[in-house]
Structures are given as C-alpha cells and as structure tokens.
Design a protein around this ligand. Structure first.
Ligand SMILES: [Zn+2]
Length: 410
C-alpha cells in the first residue's frame, strides 16, 4: 500500500500527503539522497520553487517526493540517516490526508533565511536554517530528533545546550508524604492489592498535623475507596480534615468525571491526579486543563513490566509508559506521578530509571512513587533530577524520618 501522494499544498507548491494513518515513530518513507544535478540554464521556474539548492557550486534538485516535503514550524516528521539512506519517521500520530512536513532547521547549520508561511500557530515567520538560532523552546523540543552526524559535528554547542536545558528544567524537588484513605482511615496497601491492607490510624487530621510539624509543604492524599469503587464520603470528610491543617494537598483516587475533579479542588485541594481516567478518558483531561490550568491537574500512572496499569493497578493496558507520557504532554499536562506497581508498599527501593526516562523523554515533571524505604532512596531520586518523591509506608513504619528527608531535599 502506498504511504503518501504528491499534490498541490496550501503551504507552497506541491506537498507530500499521508494517504493512511501513521503512528508516532512509524516509518513513512525512505529518501533517496542521490541528487540530480542540473545546470542552472536547464532549471524551470517550477524547479526553483522547490528545493533547488547550491551545493559545492552546483545546482542541486532533489527528487520527488523529497523535493516536495515542505517546511513547517510545527512539523510532524523527522529523519534518521543510516548508511546513506535517510528515513522519514512520524514525530507524532499523523492522520490520512495530513501534509507531511519537517522543520528544515533540524540538522540545519546554514545561514539561509526566508519568510515562512507554514500557517501553523507556531510559525516563526522568518525561517532560519540554523538549529542553534532557533528560539530556545524549539531547540529543546527538537534535541531528540537531531541526527547523530549533526550532534557529532556540533558537539560543543550541543553540550552547552544540554547544560542550559538541565539548568532550566530541573524542577524544585518536593517530598510528598502520603495519606492513603479507605473508609476515612489511614491505610497502606501492598502492591496496590486491596486484600493486603495495613491500617495505620483513624485520625487523618492528626497525621497531617504531624507532617506539618516535621516541615512538609505538601501531602499526597489517595482516596482508595474511590479507586475501588467503594463509597468515598468518609474519605472526603477526611480530606476536609487534612485540608484544615493548611498544607498544600494533592488528591486522587477514583477521579473519573467532572464532578470528582471539581469537588476536591473546590474544597481547597491544590491539585488532583487522574489515574485510569487520564488513560481512558482524554477528553476529561482536556476539560480539566482548560478549566483549572495545568498546574492543578496531574496524571498518576502505575507501570508494571513497562505497561501502564489501570483500575487500581489491577488491569494492564496496551500503552507503554512513554506512549502515555507523550500523550499527556501533548495534552498540556505538566505533572505525572509514576508508580512502579511491583515496588509499591513493599519497600524494595524506588525505581529511579524509569522515572528519569519518562521525565527526559516527555519533559513532564515526574514524581516517583512506590518502594521508597530509606533516606538513600530519597537522595537518589533527588540526585536524578526528578520533580519529587512520594513516601508512604516507610514513614508509618518509622524506617525513614520525614524531617531528615526534608532537610536532605533542600
Ligand atoms: Zn512557519
């Protein structure tokens, strides 16, 4: 089946259009880099309209379809070259009928400049052919799409850019002591299993007071009753008691519709986090971000063996962690709690690598959860540059002092 056609484009001249849907990362076409070289005298106006270029003093016309792939400041494809073959891949999901574009400044180090009329909301108006002259946000976004040869050729500049990015994007580190609520009581589950429950107390307000006295700014509150489809009224009362202490609270568990987002936020919670609903109901995430802004909405994903889990982490989905994360970022989410389901509540050490992978690949602020059992775990998470860590069982069992952890985190 043919992947694309060449036809007149709204951007300029002819363009290359997808004739079927492409998934993010999928190969679209191979580009033949054996250029056709013409004398200038033989060029038609049409040739000049496309990618006629001067290389080593010769006029170079690329073949179709390559010569017809238009530039866009909001591209949907990128190239990778191996053994002289350039392959075009989808940068995001592409629908049949969309024009396939790339940003000419990716892997660009020339001083070309021309007016851009790509018509996208991200249009830079003047196209510059030099990646390093792009606005910073574009450079950061395109960094993973640079070709190896380009990175090799510009080692020092790339290194400097990476340093700038890590300085600018390392978020402040936050420790979130957790209160898991079931029927108004403070509990912890092992590996998310509702039958493996330990009850730690029945006074959520006193617990919140204690966290405050130890220096916490935030509390991570999980409504397990909501997550398991049980009556959540007692937990909402507990939330009210926790909020009365005056710390910032993020609240989640059983968030599945506009109502369950609205109630805790209007009660005074700073942020809600969506688990199953973030995966299964993207429209709800869009609604929540539009209404409350991205700082007040977070995704909370559990991952087991690389797959995203839903329904209180009892059911697996076909989505990988990075697929879910990329989707959240594209939707405008900024925060993501990542739980390694196997490690949660069993104190086997936090999974830093996957959290770093998620944060690096998506620029989400990733909060690691599950498996924190010592001060060393907290220090590892902070050193890895993650946005924060959630600590539960280790606090309740006295294995870790919140006060000491907070002192380490500044
Ligand atoms: Zn443009």
């Amino acid at each position: 089946m043919k992947n694309f056609i060449v036809k007149p484009s709204g951007v300029q001249g002819k363009g290359v259009f997808a004739v079927r849907n492409f998934r993010q990362g999928e190969k679209i076409l191979e580009i033949d880099d054996s250029h056709i070289v013409y004398d200038e005298a033989t060029l038609t106006d049409d040739d000049w309209k496309y990618n006629a270029d001067v290389v080593d003093g010769k006029i170079v016309i690329m073949q179709e379809p390559e010569r017809c792939i238009n530039h866009s400041c909001a591209p949907n494809s990128y190239t990778k070259t191996t053994q002289q073959i350039r392959t075009l891949f989808a940068m995001r999901d592409i629908a049949a009928g969309e024009e396939i574009t790339y940003d000419y400044a990716i892997n660009g180090d020339n001083d070309g400049a021309f007016p851009c009329q790509c018509g996208t909301t991200r249009c830079r108006k003047t196209y510059l052919g030099n990646y390093f002259k792009l606005p910073f946000d574009f450079q950061r976004e395109y960094l993973p799409y640079l070709e190896d040869w380009f990175v090799q050729a510009h080692k020092d500049e790339i290194e400097a850019l990476k340093n700038t990015i890590s300085r600018q994007t390392i978020p402040p580190f936050t420790i979130f002591p957790a209160i898991d609520l079931r029927n108004g009581k403070i509990v912890r589950l092992a590996q998310g299993d509702p039958t493996r429950q330990t009850t730690y107390g029945d006074d959520p307000r006193a617990q919140a007071e204690q966290f405050k006295a130890e220096g916490a700014d935030w509390i991570h509150v999980i409504n397990l009753s909501g997550a398991f489809g049980e009556d959540a009224q007692a937990n909402l009362k507990a939330l009210e008691a926790i909020l009365s202490v005056g710390l910032k609270v993020e609240f989640g568990g059983g968030i599945r519709d506009e109502e369950t987002i609205r109630i805790p936020l209007e009660m005074g919670a700073e942020r809600v986090f969506l688990g199953t609903a973030a995966i299964q109901n993207p429209a709800l995430v869009d609604w929540a971000i539009a209404r409350y802004g991205p700082s007040r909405i977070a995704a909370d994903i559990g991952v087991r063996d690389g797959q995203v889990m839903v329904k209180g982490w009892q059911e697996s989905t076909p989505l990988t962690m990075l697929e879910a994360g990329n989707r959240f970022r594209a939707q405008g989410l900024e925060w993501c709690v990542l739980t390694d389901v196997r490690r949660d509540g069993v104190g086997t050490g936090v999974s830093v690598d996957s959290a770093v992978e998620l944060q690096t690949a998506t620029s989400l602020k990733v909060v690691a959860s599950g498996g924190v059992s010592s001060l060393e775990d907290v220090i590892r998470v902070k050193k890895a540059g993650l946005a924060g860590v959630i600590i539960g069982r280790a606090l309740y069992e006295g294995k870790l002092s919140l006060e000491k952890a907070l002192l380490e985190s500044v």
